[in-house]
Write a protein that binds this ligand. Structure first.
Ligand SMILES: CC(C)(COP(=O)(O)OP(=O)(O)OC[C@H]1O[C@@H](n2cnc3c(N)ncnc32)[C@H](O)[C@@H]1OP(=O)(O)O)[C@@H](O)C(=O)NCCC(=O)NCCS
Length: 266
């Protein structure tokens, strides 16, 4: 309204058509409340010392935090990481690029729920994006009083949500089968051990013995390693696991004097 009480005419740019197009996102179904988008800028402190690319341990830590945010939004209580399915990193992330993590709850069961997480990287100057990986996390809701939990069920709305809702049950079944298969393998390995103990232990010249690549690290759990619940969390443990595995891999590189880094990223 202008000072004299005369209504200000809607300028041409604010025609009804334009207003409708602007308000459409607000009229469409509410976005999934468990959808979390977290952006992280890759700094040198997040990278390997000898290459300006993001350490995968740091990425796993960010992934776990983003997925946990999504899980706790649905559960509305503390959640702990139980498992992460196989992850294939399709590319490295360079220093100065932005990591975009999108997490959403696909399905909740009794006390557990599955969170799907997609990671992309963006060059902030060109805007070009690259797919880094997709992961499925399982969290379990653990109320502070230790009571039994029945999580609220999720109602998928979009086609993608409906598809992932169905697939989540299948992935849960596969996880259980996989765990049983691994147990069977471990039992069978004892029989296999007896058979292979008679094999010669001399290594061919281009081989490194597994014992030479063994790395043992000790981490003191400090307050900086705790999450918002005051405990160390899955992402932190995965970061330490990845760091020690990288060290072990580097030992192979040193012992064989070869380059084990992805050439594309250097
Ligand atoms: C995960 C945990 C709660 C399972 O304990 P448990 O006594 O085996 O409990 P249950 O058998 O009742 O299983 C509880 C839920 O976890 C699920 N679960 C257990 N092991 C699992 C696995 N390996 N993969 C996927 N889901 C699993 C079960 O399917 C069940 O889900 P549901 O309630 O939706 O059916 C327990 O092992 C734990 O607290 N682990 C530590 C988790 C943690 O602290 N993470 C952070 C690492 S620092």
């Amino acid at each position: 309204m202008s000072g004299g009480g005369v209504p200000t005419p809607v300028p041409e740019a604010w025609s009804l058509k334009k207003l409708r197009s602007i308000s459409r996102p607000f009229l469409s179904p509410a976005p999934n409340p468990t959808l979390m988008e977290v952006n992280e800028w890759v700094w040198p402190s997040h990278c390997h010392q000898h290459a300006a690319v993001l350490r995968h341990g740091q990425l796993l830590r960010w992934m776990d935090v983003a997925a946990c945010l999504s899980a706790e939004r649905h559960a509305q209580m503390p959640c702990v990481t139980v498992s992460v399915d196989n992850i294939t990193f399709q590319s490295c992330v360079k220093v100065g690029h932005v990591v975009i993590l999108k997490a959403v709850v696909y399905r909740s069961f009794k006390s557990s729920l599955e969170v799907g997480l997609v990671v992309e990287s963006e060059d902030p100057f060109s805007g070009s994006r690259q797919h880094i990986c997709k992961a499925f996390f399982v969290f379990v809701a653990k109320p502070s009083d230790g009571a039994k939990v029945q999580l609220p069920t999720l109602s998928p709305v979009t086609e993608e949500e409906k598809r992932e809702f169905l697939l989540a049950a299948e992935r849960r079944r596969m996880r259980t089968t996989y765990a049983k298969d691994i147990m069977r393998l471990v039992k069978n390995i004892h029989r296999e051990k007896k058979r292979t103990s008679s094999l010669p232990s001399v290594l061919p010249s281009r081989c490194v013995s597994a014992a030479d690549t063994a790395v043992h690290t000790v981490q003191i759990v400090l307050p900086v390693h705790a999450n918002h619940h005051g405990t160390t969390f899955g992402g932190q443990i995965m970061e330490w696991m990845t760091d020690v595995a990288t060290l072990s891999g580097l030992l192979v590189k040193v012992l064989l004097n070869t380059t084990s880094y992805c050439r594309k990223c250097l």
